[in-house]
Write a protein that binds this ligand. Structure first.
Ligand SMILES: C[S@@+](CC[C@H](N)C(=O)[O-])C[C@H]1O[C@@H](n2cnc3c(N)ncnc32)[C@H](O)[C@@H]1O
Length: 201
């Protein structure tokens, strides 16, 4: 197991102009050792991060039930990201955002409880319940619904009967399996279409 040390201790800061605090969990690079001691929840009445030792083992657990179709949260504190990384969410063919909130800790599942609805306009960015969700459940969304080619592929441990194995992005999933089996965002639909015409790999 590799333990990565954050380059900066996680902090909640106030900007000189008194602006919104910055969420720095992404600085943990997956290792919660330091972060868990200084954690300030961003949505304490809705969900909390459950920190687990080891790289990228933490998760986001609900504090109350949600009904299918309900918006869990808008991605209000998200910001455009210059580069994709494990913590970013793709919102368009060439656009990525950092969530800057506890939504970062939603893991992937091939049978997800949540979907991330995104698009080029920030007002579209929100997390919606795919089904009824109980209090105390760990939340999950289907990462290839937003990600075309992931910065950090991983072997999925969702244990679902429909698990797709290694998750590396929508580009590597058969079009029928992806488009008939899962909710995906419009940019992924467009990229899959371009791939089928061999306009992109
Ligand atoms: C945005 S983070 C999610 C929060 C992460 N669990 C953490 O503790 O920082 C994405 C990373 O979590 C891990 N991850 C998420 N879902 C997973 C899954 N179903 N199976 C294995 N690893 C997963 C992978 O390392 C992935 O790159």
């Amino acid at each position: 197991m590799t333990i990565s040390t954050p380059t900066t201790a996680p902090t909640t800061t106030t900007t000189p102009t008194g602006g919104k605090a910055k969420y720095s969990a992404h600085l943990s690079n997956g290792d919660p050792t330091i972060l868990s001691t200084s954690y300030i929840p961003t949505h304490p009445h809705l969900f909390l991060v459950h920190f687990s030792p080891g790289d990228y083992n933490s998760s986001l657990v609900t504090q109350r039930p949600f009904a299918r179709g309900e918006t869990l949260a808008y991605m209000d504190s998200a910001e455009r990201a210059p580069l994709k990384r494990y913590s970013t969410v793709q919102v368009g063919e060439e656009s990525h955002i950092e969530l800057n909130s506890d939504l970062l800790y939603i893991n992937h599942s091939c049978d997800p409880s949540v979907r991330f609805e995104v698009g080029e306009e920030r007002k579209m960015w929100r997390a919606v319940a795919e089904r009824d969700i109980q209090k105390g459940e760990a939340l999950s969304f289907f990462y290839p619904s937003t990600e075309w080619s992931m910065a950090q592929p991983f072997k999925c441990n969702c244990n679902s009967s429909r698990c797709l194995g290694t998750i590396s992005g929508a580009k590597d999933i058969d079009a029928q399996t992806l488009l008939e089996g899962y909710f995906v965002n419009e940019h992924i639909r467009r990229l899959k279409e371009a791939q089928s015409k061999e306009e992109i790999k």
